[in-house]
Ligand binder design. Structure first.
Ligand code: GLN
Length: 473
C-alpha cells in the first residue's frame, strides 16, 4: 500500500479500521522522504523519533478524527511545542517553541501525524523560497526550477508525495503562488477564518494560514479542521458556517463567474493565457455564466502592499533583539548587542523590508505612505465589493508565468511581480484558491485562481471542485 498516492479519505478509512497502522504510515513516510530529500529539500526539520512516538500513541488511541493517521507537514513559521521553529531565519536558529499554534493543535486533535517543519523564505518574505537562510527547495516537477514561495517547502512536500497535505501562510500569495508553481491545490481562507495564534507574524493585517493538498476535497477537509474562532486571536471570527465539504458534489449551473478585465493588461505567458481561456470555457460548459468585471485599482495593489506589509513587518520584527529569542551576538553594550544580533541574524530581503517599513512609519512620513497605502487598500476592497454585486466568484490565473529557474530572478521588483494577481486578494481579506490547470511547453504546472466573497469558502470550494474535475491536471 503506497500511502503517498492516497487521499485523506482513503487513508483514514484504512487507519480507522486498523488495516494499516499509523506506525507503518510513519515509517513508510520517513523512508520515502529520505529518498526524496536528496533532490527536493522541502523540510528544515524532522524529528524522526517524535514522529514514530506520536504514531505509536495514535495507534493506541480510540482511532478517531478527520485526519486520523494522515501525514501532514507544517511551515516553519508555526509553533509546535518542543520543536525548533525558525521561520527560515538564522535569528531564530535554536529557538524551541514553548507552545503549539492553534491551527496545528487542531490538526493534532483530529489525529494528524505531524511529520515536520517545511522550508520557507525568511519570515515569509519572498516568492521562491530562495530567501531561506538555510538552503533552497527545488520544484519536484523540475528541480532546476523554484517551487515558489514563501511556503515553497509545504507546496513541494505535497507535490512530491512526501506528505498528504500541509499548512502554509499567505500574506500576499505565499500559499497560492507555490501551489500554482508545483501543481497542487493551495487555499488562502478569508482573513479571520483561521486563527493566527502561534504563527510568527509577518504583516498582521494580511497574514492567514491555509492548506495545501493534492485535490480540492482534501483541502476542504483540512480547512474544516483548522477553521474557527480562537479566543487567543482577536481577529478570528465566530461563525457557524464551517461545513466545507457537503456542497462539493453539487453542480455549479447558474453560478456567475467574473473575469477581471485588468488581468489582460499584464504580460501573461502564452500557455497561461490559453489555460485561462480554456478554464473559462470549461466553467461555461458546466453551466456557469461568465461575465467581465473590472477591478480598476488592481494595478495599485503592489505599491500599496509594499508599503503596508513592510511597515507591519518592521514593527513585528522588532522583537527579535537577541535577548528574547534565538540568536544572540553579544557586544560591549545592549545597543551594540541588538545591532550585531540583527545584522547577523537577518538576511538581505528581511533587512530591505525593515528599512522600507521603518522609513514609511517614521514621523512626518506616515500620512504620505502608510495612510495613503491604507486608502488605496480600501479602494481595492470597494472594487471587489462592487464586482461581487454582479458575480459569485472571480477567476484569474494565479500567476502570470510558470515557475522560473533557481537563480533566474535577482531583481527584487521583478520578484514582487509574481504576486500581482494574489496580493489584491489579501488586501481585501478575501478567500481564494489555486487549482492546477495543465502545464506549459516545458511541463511546468499552471494554476488558476478562484476568488470568493468574504466567508464564502464553501461556495468557492464547490466551484473549485467542479473546475478540478473538468480541467484538472
Ligand atoms: N511574495 C510576497 C512577499 O514577499 C508575499 C509573501 C507572503 O504571502 N508571505 O511579501
Amino acid at each position: 500500500m503506497e500511502i503517498k498516492n492516497l487521499s485523506i479519505e482513503e487513508i483514514t478509512k484504512l487507519t480507522k479500521k486498523g488495516e494499516v497502522s499509523v506506525k507503518e504510515i510513519a515509517k513508510q513516510t520517513l523512508e520515502y522522504i529520505k529518498e526524496k530529500e536528496n533532490t527536493i529539500r522541502s523540510f528544515i526539520n524532522i524529528d524522526e523519533e517524535k514522529v514514530l512516538k506520536d504514531a505509536e500513541k495514535l495507534d493506541g488511541s480510540e482511532k478517531k478524527g478527520k485526519l486520523f493517521g494522515v501525514p501532514v507537514a507544517i511551515k516553519d513559521n508555526m509553533n509546535l511545542e518542543g520543536t525548533e521553529t525558525t521561520a527560515g531565519s538564522k535569528i531564530l536558529k535554536g529557538y524551541i517553541s514553548p507552545y503549539t499554534a492553534t491551527a496545528v493543535r487542531k490538526l493534532i486533535q483530529e489525529g494528524a501525524l505531524i511529520i515536520g517543519k517545511t522550508n520557507m523564505d525568511e519570515f515569509a518574505m519572498g516568492s521562491s523560497t530562495e530567501n531561506s537562510a538555510f538552503f533552497k527547495t527545488h520544484n519536484p516537477v523540475n528541480p532546476e526550477h523554484v517551487p515558489g514561495g514563501s511556503s515553497g517547502g509545504s507546496a513541494a512536500a505535497v507535490r512530491a508525495g512526501e506528505v498528504t497535505a500541509s499548512l502554509g501562510s499567505d500574506t500576499g500569495g505565499s500559499i497560492r503562488e507555490p501551489a500554482a508553481f508545483c501543481g497542487v491545490i493551495g487555499m488562502k481562507p478569508t482573513y479571520g477564518r483561521v486563527s493566527r495564534y502561534g504563527l510568527i507574524a509577518f504583516a498582521s493585517s494580511l497574514d492567514q494560514i491555509g492548506p495545501f493538498a493534492r485535490n480540492v476535497k482534501d483541502a476542504a477537509v483540512m480547512l474544516e479542521v483548522i477553521a474557527g474562532f480562537d479566543p487567543n486571536d482577536e481577529t478570528s471570527v465566530q461563525r457557524t458556517d464551517t461545513d466545507f465539504t457537503s456542497l462539493l458534489e453539487k453542480e455549479i449551473k447558474g453560478k456567475k463567474i467574473g473575469l477581471i478585465k485588468e488581468v489582460m493588461d499584464f504580460d501573461l505567458q502564452e500557455e497561461v493565457k490559453n489555460s485561462f481561456e480554456k478554464t473559462a470555457s470549461a466553467l461555461q460548459k458546466l453551466g456557469a455564466e461568465i461575465t467581465e468585471v473590472s477591478i480598476p485599482h488592481l494595478k495599485y495593489s503592489l505599491p500599496a502592499y509594499y508599503i503596508i506589509a513592510p511597515s507591519e513587518a518592521s514593527a513585528n520584527l522588532s522583537r527579535f533583539d537577541g535577548v528574547r529569542y534565538g540568536l544572540l551576538v553579544e557586544d560591549k553594550n545592549l545597543r551594540e548587542t541588538y545591532e550585531k544580533t540583527r545584522t547577523e541574524g537577518f538576511g538581505t530581503e528581511v533587512k530591505r523590508r525593515i528599512l522600507i517599513g521603518t522609513f514609511a512609519l517614521s514621523a512626518g512620513y506616515y500620512d504620505a505612505y502608510y495612510l495613503k497605502a491604507s486608502r488605496v487598500r480600501r479602494l481595492i476592497e470597494k472594487d471587489f465589493e462592487k464586482a461581487f454585486e454582479k458575480v459569485d466568484t472571480l477567476l484569474t490565473p494565479t500567476t502570470a508565468k510558470t515557475a522560473f529557474k533557481i537563480g533566474e530572478i535577482t531583481n527584487p521588483l521583478e520578484m514582487y511581480m509574481n504576486d500581482i494577481f494574489t496580493i489584491p486578494v489579501n488586501l481585501a481579506g478575501l478567500p481564494a484558491i489555486s487549482v492546477p490547470s495543465g502545464t506549459d511547453k516545458k511541463g511546468l504546472p499552471i494554476g488558476m485562481q478562484l476568488i470568493g466573497k468574504w466567508f464564502e469558502e464553501s461556495e468557492l470550494l464547490q466551484i473549485a471542485y467542479a473546475m478540478e474535475k473538468e480541467i484538472g491536471g
